[in-house]
Design a protein around this ligand. Structure first.
Ligand SMILES: [Zn+2]
Ligand SMILES: [Zn+2]
Ligand SMILES: [Zn+2]
Ligand SMILES: [Zn+2]
Ligand SMILES: [Zn+2]
Ligand SMILES: [Zn+2]
Length: 355
């Protein structure tokens, strides 16, 4: 907060010698001869001044004879004022004149405040005033950096040397930071391990009949994935294609294929995989839900995965799911989550076909 220090006025007491035109004492109206005093533009006999105008220091209570300071209606010797009344900067210890800043009850020179007290931007290292962003990871930065610097597809940090040790781009319009890089899923060879992990999580809640072998393909471009899915939803990370073969009205074969964005952090990859596997579960069981129940249910799989991790990244992704305002992925998810919390997995799975 910026404050003004009540400016100290220096009022000089001038001594003058009367000659030429006649002058009169402001107090007694008597004629001035010889030495007299001028104070604030008025003339006084020395004795009249002492009796009626003389001011005293509000700090030491002694007479003020020369220049003095006023502050909040009180008068002080210059020395008394500087030593006892005038504010000192809490940073450099010097006296404060003019504009100063108050921070947590302490006073600072404006420049001391800006250079030493104001938090610095973690990206450009300049002081952060007014509008700033504090991200989930505790980074502070100017809000305008957000428009210019791409953010990590996984952790949402702004990709910069300072925040993420840099990063890389995937297919030109997706970005992954170097903090997430060591944990991203990008090769087909590791997919089976992830599939087994997620299937095991589902077994624990009573979903046992998911196929053990489902083809999973990594897709670099989000646009490709969106096109593939025929979705209008821009935040898509995975998609499951489903085909069934029927003979005389009976399903004789079901075919699934899961597509997931490449370069997702392993925890996010597993969460997306869990979401898609619950779509498979719905196909398998011929359960056709309205979109908010459907996506909300599949997101229960993602939250189940995130809850199994203790990392800050999983906490961050869970937080996003809980704050998501999308009618299906956010509101639908919370609808299904509160149902799950009330009745548990077993009863929820039983109840699904009747939703
Ligand atoms: Zn007089
Ligand atoms: Zn004094
Ligand atoms: Zn200072
Ligand atoms: Zn900055
Ligand atoms: Zn990241
Ligand atoms: Zn879905």
């Amino acid at each position: 907060m910026r404050h003004w220090l009540i400016k100290f006025s220096i009022i000089l007491l001038l001594f003058s010698v009367a000659f030429g035109t006649q002058k009169y004492c402001k107090t007694c109206k008597g004629e001035l001869t010889g030495q007299y005093l001028i104070h604030k533009g008025n003339n006084y006999h020395r004795s009249c001044y002492d009796k009626h105008i003389q001011i005293y220091c509000d700090h030491c209570n002694r007479k003020i004879e020369a220049s003095y300071n006023t502050s909040k209606g009180k008068n002080y010797h210059k020395r008394c004022f500087q030593q006892h009344i005038q504010k000192r900067c809490n940073e450099c210890g010097d006296l404060i004149n003019g504009i100063y800043n108050v921070h947590k009850g302490k006073e600072y020179h404006e420049s001391c405040y800006v250079n030493h007290i104001l938090p610095k931007c973690d990206i450009c290292y300049q002081p952060v005033e007014d509008k700033y962003i504090k991200d989930f990871w505790g980074n502070y930065y100017h809000h305008y950096h957000e428009d210019k610097i791409p953010s990590c597809d996984n952790c949402n940090r702004l990709i910069s040397k300072q925040l993420t040790k840099g990063g890389f781009s995937v297919s030109g319009n997706r970005f992954v930071c170097n903090l997430c890089k060591p944990n991203v899923v990008k090769s087909k060879s590791q997919l089976n391990k992830n599939l087994v992990e997620v299937l095991n999580v589902f077994k624990k809640i009573g979903i046992n009949e998911l196929p053990e072998k489902i083809p999973v393909t990594l897709v670099d471009s989000k646009d490709d994935l969106i096109k593939m899915s025929g979705h209008r939803h821009g935040n898509i990370q995975g998609y499951t294609s489903y085909e069934e073969s029927t003979l005389a009205g009976k399903i004789i074969d079901q075919d699934y294929h899961i597509y997931i964005l490449s370069n997702l952090h392993e925890e996010i990859f597993n969460a997306v995989l869990a979401h898609e596997l619950l779509h498979v579960y719905l196909f398998q069981n011929q359960i056709d839900l309205q979109s908010d129940f459907r996506e909300g249910f599949c997101n229960l799989g993602s939250s189940l995965i995130y809850e199994n991790y203790t990392s800050k990244l999983s906490k961050y992704r869970l937080k996003n799911m809980n704050e998501n305002t999308d009618p299906d992925y956010g509101i639908g998810f919370r609808k299904m989550k509160s149902m799950l919390d009330k009745i548990g997995w077993k009863r929820l799975l039983k109840k699904l076909p009747r939703l």
